[in-house]
Design a protein around this ligand. Structure first.
Ligand code: PMP
Length: 307
């Protein structure tokens, strides 16, 4: 496999440096113990210039993830917001994906060792996360043989590096079996979410999504879609959902910063509804992508200019 084309610059511990200089020691705590917190944020070209979608909300979630794991943050939200803008600007990116990460670096070797926190922000160009054409056609998903973490084990409300061992098991199993993405159940046996996406089911025009207590990450795209739906007269219900509802619903889609709004056309080989993206899914795609084309009003100040 050839290496991706890397960006020229990256923001690293307070300054923009050439990509190759953003290195860390192999004995960094995070590499051994998963002690990092991170975000995935998209920027879009809009009629008013490039804008970052819900930048402040993403950075605030980063600080909350750090709070859960006692990772001290050496920079404040405003500094990291400006750093995100710089990372895009210096790489000449309008549409892009931002990856801020804060991690316990080189310090002590023990589990509870105090280690200095390193912070980096990468920015790169990214198209549809689950492949070309998936936003229009949808993906084939499967229910994973791996469950999400049980309550009071590893908190899924934090976006922490260690959590993504679970996501990797789910996503890699799905890919190995020929599916576009895997859907996980919670330890309760009820639906949780995708490897890196939240889940919405549509029954008779009403949106249903799994609650925060179903071992999900409280997604910012999920919140955005719930808000857009309610503002446009689509009812939204947060509720526990059993697995078989995946096979009974009229429409099904995943959402996340990377996945945006990706329809699911089949689960475990069974078609969802007609097997094609349905009207509610398409309406939400239209409302969501409309934010960036200017067709959907940005009522909540979600677009933050790159400048
Ligand atoms: N769940 C998981 C496990 C994720 O990794 C993501 C992506 N951050 C999401 C849900 C969706 O969250 P968001 O919409 O904030 O990107």
């Amino acid at each position: 496999m050839s290496a991706p084309k890397y960006p020229e610059f990256i923001w690293h511990n307070g300054e923009i440096v050439p990509w190759a200089q953003a290195t860390t020691h192999v004995m960094a705590h995070a590499l051994h113990y998963g002690s990092s917190v991170f975000e995935g944020i998209r920027s879009y070209d809009t009629p008013n210039g490039p804008a970052i979608f819900r930048l402040t909300d993403h950075l605030e979630r980063l600080f909350l993830s750090a709070k859960i794991h006692d990772i001290s943050m050496p920079f404040d939200v405003d500094t990291l917001a400006e750093a995100c803008r710089q990372a895009l600007r210096r790489n000449g990116l309008g549409r892009g994906y931002l990856r801020p990460i804060a991690f316990r670096g080189l310090g002590g070797f023990g589990l509870s060792a105090d280690c200095p926190t390193a912070v980096s922000i990468a920015a790169w160009d990214m198209g549809a996360y689950l492949g070309a054409g998936v936003l229009e056609q949808g993906i084939d998903a499967c229910v994973s043989s791996w469950q999400r973490m049980a309550p009071n084990t590893i908190p899924t409300g934090a976006k922490a590096g260690g959590n993504y061992l679970s996501g990797q098991l789910i996503a890699r199993e799905a890919r190995r079996l020929g599916f576009g993405e895997g859907i996980a159940l919670a330890s309760t046996g009820l639906l949780s979410e995708g490897a890196g996406e939240n889940l919405f089911l549509v029954f008779k025009g009403v949106l249903h999504t799994t609650p925060a207590s179903a071992a999900i990450l409280n997604g910012i795209t999920r919140h955005s879609l719930m808000t857009l739906a309610r503002d446009n007269g689509i009812e939204v219900v947060e509720r526990d959902l059993p697995r078989e509802y995946l096979y009974l619903c009229d429409e099904l889609f995943m959402c996340g910063t990377a996945a945006e709004v990706t329809p699911i056309r089949s689960v475990d080989g069974k078609p969802v509804g007609t097997g094609k993206p349905g009207p509610v899914t398409q309406r939400l795609q239209e409302l969501f992508f409309g934010l960036f084309s200017g067709k959907t009003a940005d009522r909540y100040g979600w677009l933050e200019a790159v400048g």
